[in-house]
Design a protein around this ligand. Structure first.
Ligand code: KIV
Length: 272
């Protein structure tokens, strides 16, 4: 017989909102399998993302574009099996959000298959109607602004976003519209720290940053980056937490510790 896991001790969206109101930072990290899901949760990470970064760090592609909904489902089921308390968030992959109806169908499908609590969607302004639709069907969503890796070919590379006054104003306006549409969380990737601070102060929903400075409500990084097992050039916003640590557990715990105390990121990981 299937007995649903109680939500009593789960980190929920309202819990993250309370942390924001209390000025307490929270730590998020990606994971893609059961074993790392367990380690990450045991080290105190509050939100675990099965990101489409799996296309790069697990599958070896150059971009996140080849990742399918089935890939996300496969990895998220494994991570979900590991989590007792941490929130599970899943990425909606490229091509799964081409209309609000398609997004609703795919999000419903992935949530059923994985028991994730939140879906994350890239696309910014084009996803406002989708966020509204998901919200009206009771699906929690995390909007994603700034650098959107699924648009890498359109952007011509992985670049900091929101550097000009126009683009910064536009990002702030879109963030407000997404909140208004019913987004529960917002993720900001590679944006100037001052802009991220302004967006975080303006919105009531929690803002999670990656390369978005210290003042956001939560931080997220790719697990393989902090464990220093990604090949090639390391992103400026990341940090090798294995350095000086005796184990993977110690490195992840250090990450959580530094995020919660506002020690990570420091100036060297931020964009102006
Ligand atoms: O796919 C992913 O891992 C992400 C993070 C970089 C935030 O979206």
């Amino acid at each position: 017989m299937y007995i649903p896991r109680p939500l009593n001790n789960k980190i929920t969206v309202p819990h993250l909102k309370k942390l924001k109101q209390q000025g307490e930072k929270f730590a998020c990290l990606t994971a893609y399998d059961y074993s790392f899901g367990k380690v990450v949760e045991q080290c105190g990470v509050e939100v675990v993302l099965v990101g489409d970064s799996l296309g790069m760090v697990i599958q070896g592609h150059d971009t996140t574009i080849p990742v399918t909904l089935d890939d996300i489902k496969y990895h998220a089921r494994a991570v979900n099996a590991a989590l007792d308390n941490a929130m599970l968030m899943v990425d909606m992959p490229f091509g799964s959000l081409n209309s609000p109806q398609q997004a609703l169908d795919n999000a419903s499908d992935v949530l059923k298959a994985t028991q994730a609590q939140v879906v994350k969607l890239e696309g910014g302004i084009t996803q406002i109607k989708t966020v509204e639709m998901l919200c009206s069907y009771g699906i929690a969503s995390c909007a994603h602004l700034g650098l959107q890796p699924q648009q890498v070919h359109k952007m011509g590379g992985y670049r900091v976003q929101g550097k000009t006054k126009n683009s910064a104003d536009q990002m702030l306006a879109t963030a407000c519209d997404l909140e208004q549409a019913g987004a529960d969380l917002l993720l900001l990737e590679c944006v100037p720290a001052t802009l991220a601070t302004l967006i975080t102060k303006t919105l009531e929903i929690p803002v999670i940053g990656i390369g978005a400075g210290t003042d956001v409500d939560g931080q997220i990084l790719v697990l393989h980056d902090i464990l220093n097992v990604t090949s090639g050039k390391k992103p400026k916003f990341s940090k090798n937490f294995m350095q000086g640590q005796p184990s993977i557990q110690a490195a992840i715990s250090r990450y959580v510790h530094e995020v919660k105390r506002g020690q990570f990121p420091d100036q060297s990981h931020c964009f102006a």
